[in-house]
Ligand binder design. Structure first.
Ligand code: ZN
Length: 498
């Protein structure tokens, strides 16, 4: 069986552009499944690790969120994949005697020993210029490198914002990188014998993040028909053709085509959560002249947004680790929170971006267990009562960490309180400001992850046991398709078949 993993392949966009996507369209007709729930928070690394292991993030513990303030990926370097080795679907299949060929699984680097071949791409990029990066490649077994002329490094797209003027050039470069990866994948796909083949492609996520507002007519910053309008759809067409090439090369194989999450417009409006906490006495600012400082900060960010001068800012952040820390502190206002007097503040666990999900940390230095319950009750009431300027509810969901399904790593990865704003609002970080604001990052990252993923299967006569599926069900489903007893393994997910 073959699995093609495409980061951020959105099920709703597939349906919308179905007439241009013959292979995906055929898959929709044949597959017993289509839409799968992603993980929480909906982000690339926790989601793919959940796909590989069949465990929820709270049980695999690998949470990292890409954001503009970690260009050096210093926090990514803290993630340890050692506990994952030996616990992925390909390890289990490999241990059961299946021959596996695994190409470029997210974060799983360097390649490790298995019954078959593993080609890994480093999660750390070396920036070549302001458009491209290169990533080291690691291979198991070594001999495969010469046999398939696998290079030591692969070209990739720089994850930062290339600037509006160079967006098209940047997107074209992404096509070149995609072609190279596809060619390498097809060589191994055709040249090797395998029971399980997996290949992962990352580029579509970046393309959608940066180009969304040039493509989506409903985005308030959509500039009208422009030279970048068709790039996202063209990428879907390229991926559709790629899927067709793989399927035609092994017409008898069972295929899964899937993503980790979907994609949609990032909120343009924000709710300044720390400001809300400050107004209700939970958060205290330190120092004098805080109002003046916050006003300056706000004006600077607003001017940067209007003049579209984020690229220099992002470039500055990419060059200097120290600037990254300063930038993060200024952007999030975290530097001005008095931690000795504040009992609750926004958590950065989901990144400093204007997504609609977020979390609140309760300051355990100041708050006892008994007080924690009281504060939680007060905050829940406060958040669920919050109304938008139009008078609608602003918060869709507010939970205590303990209300999520408990996992081995829950306390490490999730803050005390978790919330989901109504989907057109993102988390804002302003202090001494209006309660409602605008997302400063929309011009550089207008697309954001959506909570449902694509999950298509063809080439099996098995019937799906239920309609509701999650990406966490992937690993047990693959083992089931291989005829292995998935119930013998520790999974949070279940096979989707009867
Ligand atoms: Zn992703």
């Amino acid at each position: 069986m073959a699995i093609i993993g495409i980061d951020s392949l959105d099920p709703h966009l597939i349906v919308k552009h179905r007439e241009r996507l013959p292979n995906l369209s055929q898959l929709i007709d044949e597959s017993p499944t289509f839409i799968a729930r992603s993980v929480w928070p909906v982000d690339t690394i926790p989601a793919w690790v959940s796909i590989y292991t069949g465990l929820r993030p709270s049980n695999h513990g690998l949470l990292y969120v890409y954001d503009v303030f970690d260009q050096g990926l210093s926090d990514l370097a803290k993630l340890d994949v050692t506990p994952i080795k030996g616990r992925t679907f390909w390890d289990y299949a490999s241990q059961a005697g299946c021959r596996t060929v695994i190409i470029a699984p997210t974060l799983m680097y360097p390649a490790w020993k298995l019954n078959g071949i593993m080609v890994s791409k480093s999660p750390f990029e070396t920036r070549v210029d302001w458009l491209s990066t290169s990533r080291a490649v690691s291979v198991y077994p070594e001999a495969i490198k010469d046999q398939y002329a696998i290079p030591n490094e692969l070209l990739d797209l720089w994850g930062g914002f290339p600037g509006t003027k160079r967006l098209k050039e940047w997107a074209t470069l992404g096509n070149t990188a995609l072609e190279t990866e596809k060619d390498l994948g097809l060589k191994l796909f055709k040249g090797e014998e395998w029971d399980v083949f997996f290949i992962f492609f990352s580029v579509l996520d970046l393309i959608q993040h940066r180009l969304w507002r040039f493509f989506d007519e409903n985005d308030p910053t959509y500039p009208g028909k422009n030279s970048c309008s068709d790039i996202i759809t063209d990428y879907y067409v390229s991926f559709d053709a790629l899927i067709g090439e793989f399927m035609r090369a092994r017409p008898q194989a069972t295929f899964i085509v899937m993503s980790d999450h979907g994609h949609h417009m990032r909120p343009t409006k924000t709710i300044n959560v720390n400001e809300y906490l400050r107004r209700h006495g939970f958060l205290v600012q330190q120092g004098k002249n805080t109002r003046l400082r916050d006003e300056l900060r706000r004006l600077t960010l607003e001017a940067a947004n209007k003049l579209n001068i984020e690229p220099p800012l992002i470039k500055l952040l990419a060059r200097s680790k120290k600037m990254t820390q300063v930038g993060k502190s200024v952007y999030s206002s975290s530097g001005s929170i008095d931690r000795e007097k504040s009992t609750a503040f926004l958590s950065t666990f989901a990144g400093i971006k204007s997504y609609s999900h977020g979390g609140i940390e309760i300051n355990r230095e100041l708050v006892s267990d008994i007080e924690r319950s009281k504060i939680t009750r007060e905050l829940r009431k406060l958040f669920l009562e919050l109304k938008t300027p139009q008078g609608d509810n602003a918060v869709a969901c507010f939970k205590q960490r303990e209300e999520l399904q408990h996992g081995d790593h829950s306390e490490e990865i999730y803050p005390d309180l978790l919330f989901e704003l109504e989907s057109d609002f993102g988390v804002g970080w302003d202090l001494h400001s209006d309660l409602f604001g605008k997302a400063y990052d929309h011009n550089v990252a207008s697309g954001g992850h959506f909570k449902v993923a694509t999950f298509l299967i063809t080439g099996t006569t098995k019937e799906a046991a239920r309609n509701e599926i999650s990406i966490v069900d992937t690993a047990p489903t693959i083992l089931d398709l291989l005829g292995l007893n998935w119930r013998e393994f520790r999974f949070d997910g279940r096979s989707i078949f009867r």
